[in-house]
Ligand binder design. Sequence first.
Ligand code: KIV
Ligand code: NA
Length: 262
Amino acid sequence: MEALRNFAAAKNSGHKISMVTAYDAPSARLISGTGIDALLVGDSVMMAVHGHSDTLAATPAIMALHTAAVARGGPGCLIVADMPFLSARKGTAYALDTAAELLRSGAHAVKIEGAGSTVAVIRELVEAGIPVMGHLGLQPQSVRATDGYHVQAKNPSEVLELLDDAQALEKAGAFALVLECIPSEAAKKITAKLTIPTIGIGAGPHCDGQILVWHDLHALNPSFKPRFVRHFGDASAESRRALSAYAEAVHSGQFPNAEESF
Ligand code: KIV
Ligand code: NA
């Protein structure tokens, strides 16, 4: 599903869109042929890969570096790259420059958190030919203001506000919308009111698609298991098994053997 129009068509056809984050070439290579519809080079790379406790350290250069690595891996699906912290908040020129850097690095589209003053910026990017995915609900780039990672839109007035923002993003030309950590019923309502697909994470089963962070679905950090994460595999256990086997084989002199030597 490399084309954007397939993404749009999915909403009407009832095909649920499967998305995962990826940050490097070997991961992107693994995605090819698995049925994953699209991938996100998320600024969650700062947490999952770089060990930060939030995403604020991401810069356009870091996002471009990971985007280029993912594109070289040839995932054969739509590549969306995150616009990092503040890059859509410094005016249209800076946003255009950042989006251009990400597209030149191999992204097909960018994702921007929030509504408000970024709606006008998103409209400008879309008019310039840059496909934009929106992101509402929990906005990790605002954790310092929202005081951490909590479920959003828990009361009816907050749901209405969220719906307003979602419709503003749709009107500005966003091609899809991530909804993060909101109640299922809120996501259901917003999904029904929009013509663009919603992609949920911690937003229940009624979204048009789902996204999970690579390291979460693979249980690469097994102690991190919030309610919305399912471990679809245990790459951590497999990796530790391989590492122990290698260490043991080196210590015992079993590796390398004659066939593995020149
Ligand atoms: O950076 C990220 O991984 C994201 C997804 C969780 C939507 O923005
Ligand atoms: Na992100």
